[in-house]
Each structure stands twice: as structure tokens, then as C-alpha cells.
Design a protein around this ligand. Sequence first.
Ligand code: ACO
Length: 441
Amino acid sequence: MENKIQANGEAKLTIGDATYDLPIYKGEIGPDVLDIRKLYAQSDMFTFDPGFTSTASCESQITYIDGDKGVLLHRGYPIDQLAEESNFVELCYLLLKGELPTAGEYAEFKSRINQHTMVHDQLSNFFRGFRRDAHPMAIMVGVVGALSAFYHDSLDINDPKQREIASIRLIAKIPTIAAMAYKYSIGQPFVSPRNDLDYSANFLRMCFAVPAEDYVVNPVMARAMDRIFMLHADHEQNASTSTVRLAGSSGANPFACIAAGIACLWGPAHGGANEAALNMLNEIGSVDNIPEFVEGVKSKKYRLMGFGHRVYKNYDPRAKVMQKTCHEVLNEVGSGEDKILQVAMELEKVALNDPYFVERKLYPNIDFYSGITLKAMGFPTEMFTVLFALARTVGWIAQWDEMTTDPSQKIGRPRQIYTGHGQRDYVSLSERKTGKALTNA
Ligand code: ACO
């Protein structure tokens, strides 16, 4: 990656009698940043920012979010335009290479992905080592990490060709692995990929086909799956992406880095919210129960799951596309009158007009509708985060590749403010009088 940040003046920081000049940089769009890289060397002070709420950890040219305006751009293109007019494989190309492909480039890229959809036969043995009731995300973390034991010829991160082949392998194999994790958990045989099908149609077939009968891919479901993958493909420096970058900053191989990203995504505060939103809608059960539920939210008894976002303080642009996709899927499966969807739509209307939510800028996020949609498509809730991981793999790879080629890249190493004991002398076991161990050490 070629660095493009530009100087945009200087700020002065005064601490006691000393004044430090801090360069200000500007990006293409978005807020300016203060460069504090030399601050510790000059002032002997760190900055303190748990959760990185005010810290840009890298320069990036992949994804831009304006949370106040509800904007999400990939390489400059708005997500709603991409979701409406493009497809997941083309989006993968865009995220990885920076530009939309020509027809020839697209055909070649698609064919390269198709050639790598199968996994090494030996990899099936890994699945058989897991309990049948293992969470599919636990299987994903293990199996994706294990890919580094199979593809020795794509582990040298300093070789651009090896980085590229590792990227193609990950994008091509992750649907096969995700479908195998699902099939294993329900005790059905694995279904091999079919390279004559599109990316998302092939994935649905690997999940839902059985040897006893023919499986015909429903085009509405395939399109919905493709949109869901597109909406989750990248979201700049979120927790799992930052995890991938941090793991990669030590020079770890790409398969190990993506496994680290999957582990981080598994957490309920990140990938698990759509499951929580679906559970909440089921608990509300009927439109008549909404007023009482909303009162409970306002008195802080519950949270309205699928509402609010750390970055978006406006309508999540992905939620609008997800709402449309949700309607299409429910109409197709014959549950256009679905009670849960009716609850969702009424709840959205009530919340968007209630001062409690308006004043706090709480809008529906993508998870509000994705749980209902995935359930209607036939996925059990444990698979929701797996689908998110599948889709996000391309974002993680694009960000990892960008970091690897960034000349200003350094190993990630945050600092801390230490509030534990000062130095003290060791006391031998026989001389220790009281046990005062920290319970949360
Ligand atoms: N329901 C009710 N009230 C809420 C909600 C909500 N979902 N979210 C925030 N608030 C209220 C808070 O109680 C707080 O009110 P107060 O000022 O009276 O104390 C105010 O809004 C600000 O809330 P914070 O927690 O400071 O907002 P933050 O930006 O830290 O939270 C978060 C973002 C965690 C996503 C939150 O909105 C939430 O818990 N939402 C529900 C879970 C969810 O849908 N997560 C998915 C996120 S999208 C994704 O991961 C792909």
C-alpha cells in the first residue's frame, strides 16, 4: 500500500512548562488525526484510550464509515449500490484489488475461486475429532487455523504471489468449511462443492442438499444469501478486523490470522447480536405486547436488541437493504404474514417515533432483520455467526494484505497505565501469614 496521508498543520500540547508540536494529518474524507507517535519519546507520557474510541490504529484505503450520516463506502462505492447492483464475488475483487473488475478480470477471478473450493481430504478428519454438539464457531476456529498445516506453499507473507494464493484459497474454501461444520453438527454427510454454481448458490447447496434427493437452488434464497454476505464483507477497524491486523503484525501466517479473527467475532458483543434480536422478537411474541416492552426498555429493564451502534448514530445503511431482503425471503417461504416480522416492523415504527430513541440516536442496525431472515432461510441460530465469519473473511484478508504491504507498519504493541503493586520482596511460603490472592488475577 502506498501511504497517502497528508500533513494538515500542527497542534500544540502543553504539559507543565513543556510544549510539544503534534502533526495533524488529513485523510480523503473523515476527521483529521493527531500524530502522537513521538509523544512518549519526547514527554515520557502515554495516551490512555481503552477500547480505542479516539485512536486510529492504521491508515486504510478499503472502507469508510460516517456513523453520523449513516454512510458505508467500500473503495468509495456506497454499500446500498453494491448490494443492489453487484454481487459478492465482484465485491471480493473490489475489496482486495481496489477497483471494480473488467468483464475479463471478473471471469478470471471467479474461475480462480472456483478452482479452490475443495478442501484437502485429510481435513475431513479434523471434523470427526470434534463432538457432534460442538458449536460450529469452535469448529471454524480450529479448522481454519489448521489450514496453515496444509498449504505450506502460501505461508510466506513477504511473497506477493503466496499472499494472493492464500487469499483466494481462504475465500474459496471458507464456504466449504462452514457448510461442513453445519453438516457435521446435524449428522449429515458432507456435500462437495459444485463449481458450476455461483458462490452463494453453491454454499446453500452444500448446507441443504442431501444424497437422497435432488437439490434445486432457489434463486431468491441464493440472491438473499449473496446480499447478506455483501452486507457483512467489511466494516473497517472493528474488533475482529483489528484482531486480524494485530495477529498479522507479528508476521503470523494468513490462515492463523483469520482464525484469530473468527475467535474474536464469536463474542456476543460482536457477531452474536442477531441471535439476541431474534430471541427478543420471539419473547415479545405479538404486536399487542410492544407498548409494555418499550416501557421496559425506557426504564432500562431491557435493551432493544438490534438497535443502536457504537459507530452509526443514524440509520445503519445495511439495515435498509437487510429489511428489503427479509421481506423477499419471507414472501418466498410463504410467511409474509409472519408474526415475528410484524412485531419487528411495528417495533421499528414505535421506536423511531419515540423521543427516548430519537434523542439517543438509536436506529435499527443490520442485526435487527438478519436473524429473522436467516431463520426463514433454514439456518439454526448457532450458524448465524458462522455466516458472518464466512462473509467477513474477505474483509479480514483485504485488511491483512493492506497492513502487510504498508511501509509504516509496525508490530502492534499497546501500552498501559499500571496500577498494581510497586516492587516488593518475595516472602517464602513458611513466612506468609494471610492469603490475599486477587480473585480475578
Ligand atoms: N436499547 C435501549 N437503550 C439503548 C440501546 C438499546 N439497544 N443502546 C443504547 N441505549 C441507550 C443507553 O442506555 C444509553 O442511555 P443513557 O444515556 O440514558 O444512559 C444511551 O443509549 C447510550 O448508550 P451506550 O451504551 O453508551 O451506547 P454505545 O454506543 O456504547 O452502545 C451498542 C452501542 C453496544 C451497540 C448498544 O447500542 C447496544 O447494546 N445495542 C443492542 C445490541 C446490538 O444490537 N448490537 C449490535 C451492534 S451491530 C453489530 O455488531 C454488527
